[in-house]
Design a protein around this ligand. Structure first.
Ligand SMILES: O=C(O)CCC(=O)C(=O)O
Ligand SMILES: [Fe+2]
Length: 339
């Protein structure tokens, strides 16, 4: 699902007139994207053993969501709202520190893990023609014992959340394999090294500071239009603000349901499934004028192991085989190209 217009303005949002100093997009109405809500209790991470009885129905629901919308909302995953709130709270303590305190954790200061670390405001453009995104992020890609961490309890809280997300991500992938009539283990084998330096899976804590939209640059957003790069993404939103591109080409507000997890297909998975599962673009607009609230979210980007060779699972040659590591390197070079 690639859309080609420069900034992808949508009918649900309009840019303020040139005469106005305010550069916000203004949301019109309260239409919400119709994303299927699926009860994942049968595969909850709290269940040591899962019964396959519910697998056919569940895999059908995921198949419908991922072929038609590219997104699904999972309830009863076993990751509690309280856990998410605590991770957001501890992350925020870090983001509120001074630049000097955050500097030593900057992305690119961890030679053993290229994507790991703090991303400062306007450093990344997820839609490269736009100015840098008005967000900060902390990427946790490496859990090696010698990696430096911000002060306690950052490490423990984020590490424990990382493992919960890994568990949930692998359970979702198992159900997806069933949806695609593949060996149930196929995605598990290709995602065997999550948490090691041989796999790029990343827990990213995002912080969108308060913005005065009249001070933003022309075309600048909190998070530019993009699709994710890996296999699937688990997204935990602290508050509303995400918009998702519909199949009819409009950006529509995604619901934010406390305790639920938004899961989307990412680009490598779309390629892997020969476009059967769709990786849809999404974005976070600037707040409307006078809204000085900050926003937070947690994204868990699930990636195959760097060495995993991704070729179309239907046996077609729609896309040439590519290793997950090489593909990701190419994508990062574009989104961080302007630094
Ligand atoms: O903050 C959000 O809700 C979305 C962030 C996102 O899409 C991303 O970082 O890839
Ligand atoms: Fe994203």
């Amino acid at each position: 699902m690639r859309a080609h217009s420069l900034y992808l303005l949508s009918r649900t949002a309009s840019v303020s007139s040139p005469a106005s100093p305010c550069r916000c997009f203004h949301r019109m109405g309260s239409l919400k994207m119709n994303i299927p809500i699926v009860d994942f209790a049968a595969f909850s991470i709290n269940k040591k053993r899962v019964s396959n009885r519910k697998l056919p129905a569940l895999s059908k629901q995921l198949e419908t969501a991922f072929t038609e919308v590219g997104f699904v909302i999972l309830k009863n995953t076993g990751i509690s709202h309280a856990t998410v709130t605590r991770v957001l709270e501890v992350s925020k303590e870090f983001f509120l520190k001074s630049k000097e305190q955050k500097g030593p954790f900057r992305r690119s200061s961890f030679p053993e893990s290229e994507n790991h670390g703090w991303v400062s405001l306007e450093t990344e453009s997820l839609n490269p023609p736009r100015p840098g995104d008005l967000k900060e992020a902390y990427n946790i890609t490496s859990l090696q014992s010698d990696i430096r961490w911000p002060p306690d309890p950052f490490k423990d809280i984020h590490t424990s959340f990382f493992w919960q997300c890994k568990d949930l991500g692998l359970r979702v992938l198992r159900v997806m394999a069933h949806s695609l009539d593949l060996d149930p283990e196929v995605f598990l084998h290709t995602h065997g090294q999550i948490g090691s330096n041989k796999n790029a899976t990343t827990l990213r804590s995002l912080y969108y500071p308060s913005v005065k939209c009249e001070e933003a640059k022309e075309g600048q957003l909190r998070c530019g239009e993009h699709s994710d790069y890996g296999s699937i993404t688990l997204l935990f939103q602290g508050s509303e603000g995400l918009q998702v591109l519909s199949r009819s080409g409009e950006f529509i507000d995604a619901p934010c349901i406390p305790g639920a997890v938004l899961v989307n297909i990412a680009d490598l998975m779309q390629r892997w499934t020969s476009d059967r599962f769709v990786s849809m673009r999404h974005r976070v607009l600037l707040p409307t004028a006078g809204d000085d609230r900050t926003r937070q979210s947690l994204a868990f980007f699930v990636h195959p192991d760097d060495e995993a060779l991704i070729s179309c699972c239907d046996g077609s040659d729609k896309y040439p085989p590519v290793t997950a590591g090489a593909y990701l390197k190419e994508r990062f070079s574009k989104s961080y190209g302007k630094t």
